[in-house]
Design a binder for this molecule. Structure first.
Ligand SMILES: Cc1ncc(COP(=O)(O)O)c(C=O)c1O
Length: 381
């Protein structure tokens, strides 16, 4: 182990022991008296994150994964991913501080927001973070003044019209403006070292990756013509976080591999990376909430004839968490969480903070950690 995680960071459980089993035990142990006093809480299966990582390495062996910290910056997630050797994609100073605080070296951090505050560019310069993104001239000017040794990655726009979140509205230079940006960078003696894109999160069309990889090839050629040493291709995120996604990870990875073989064949000397968020964490987290109230409501059907019998009714359940809290992805990402009823009644719990589960099976199965298993052996809660 690289020393990011310690035994006190998680609860090790026996092979086969799941989040559902843990919740059942907590529910059984909780008394009626504690209901209502305890906040909603997450159980995170760190083993699920590890399994996702090995699946990624298997399907996309040429791609080096980075983790987009904004997606979930819980210390357990960051430490496990650091332990697995990932790099980190940070959108601001707070995220850079967070990963540096757990010991991640600056060489493994990308400051990936194309639009940055000058003070935060200076922070990156002072703390050794050299790889930065840009998509406009103003950023180049800021970097010339505040971080002259930066290595810049040009973020290009994508066709993200089918994706759930449209990042190219905010970020990404059009192909038309790339030559001009690359020329200006050269004039200002700013090193451009690569190209990045993000096809938008939860994209249902894997062809968006091949199109963007083809666009990136064009920009690589423009950059090389102008004397930039183009050596990094960053495929961004957009990979599904759950099993039942519209497009399976296997399908996406096979489209990406074919496009890479065509435009960036093995041996071309380009370091290919991706900045994944949802892929790593979505399915690992389970939120436990209590139902605090329920009521019967009539289904409003304008124009409905009274004589058609009784008005249909439904039951509305109220939870002690909502869209301004843990369910914000319902508003921002149109997600539709799947409820699972805990069969033993109230779901009051014993903890206010996240509970990190890690199965013995996962630890022993994870190659980089295998030589030195954590802890004295599996402990069942
Ligand atoms: C610049 C950047 N890279 C990567 C990601 C991660 O995207 P995803 O969760 O789709 O993997 C995000 C998320 O919004 C992002 O803004």
């Amino acid at each position: 182990m690289a020393g990011y995680l310690s035994e006190s960071d998680f609860v090790m459980v026996e092979e086969g022991f799941s989040t559902a089993d843990l919740l059942e035990e907590l529910t059984l142990g909780a008394s009626q008296a504690t209901t209502g006093e305890v906040a909603a809480f997450f159980v995170a299966d760190l083993g699920a994150i590890v399994r996702k990582h090995f699946c990624f390495l298997k399907r996309l062996p040429r791609v080096r994964p980075f983790y987009a910290v904004k997606c979930n910056s819980s210390p357990g997630v960051l430490k496990v991913l650091a332990e697995l050797g990932l790099g980190f994609s940070c959108a601001n100073k707070a995220e850079m501080e967070l990963v540096q605080h757990i010991g991640v070296p600056a060489s493994k951090i990308i400051y990936s927001s194309p639009c940055k505050q000058i003070a935060q560019i200076k922070y990156a310069a002072k703390n050794g973070v050299r790889l930065l993104s840009f998509d406009n001239e103003m950023e180049l000017e800021k970097v010339v003044k505040s971080h002259p040794s930066a290595k810049m990655v040009l973020c290009i726009a994508t066709n993200d019209s089918h994706s759930l979140s449209h990042l190219s509205f905010k970020f990404g230079a059009s192909l038309k403006s790339c030559r001009h940006l690359l020329e200006n960078a050269k004039k200002s003696q700013v090193d451009v070292v690569g190209v990045s894109f993000h096809i938008g999160s939860d994209c249902p069309d894997p062809k968006a990756y091949s199109q963007s990889i083809a666009d990136a090839r064009l920009v690589f050629e423009m950059g090389a013509e102008l004397g930039h040493r183009m050596q990094i291709l960053d495929l961004g995120g957009g990979f599904p976080g759950v099993e039942g996604a519209k497009v399976r990870f296997e399908e996406i990875s096979s489209v990406i591999n074919s496009a890479l073989d065509l435009y960036f064949p093995e041996g071309c000397g380009v370091d290919i990376l991706a900045k994944l968020g949802r892929y790593y964490v979505t399915s690992a987290f389970t939120l436990a909430v209590s139902i605090i109230s329920k009521k019967e409501v009539f289904l409003d059907q304008p124009g409905r004839e009274e004589e058609n019998g009784p008005t249909p009714k439904t039951i509305v359940y109220y939870l002690h968490d909502g869209v301004y809290g843990s369910f914000n992805s319902v508003l921002f990402d149109n997600t539709c969480p799947t409820p699972m009823l805990q069969k033993d009644g109230d779901c009051s719990c014993l903890s206010h903070s996240p509970i990190w589960l890690w199965s013995k099976e996962t630890i022993l199965g994870a190659a980089p950690i295998q030589q030195q298993p954590v802890g004295p052996g599996g402990r069942r809660l």
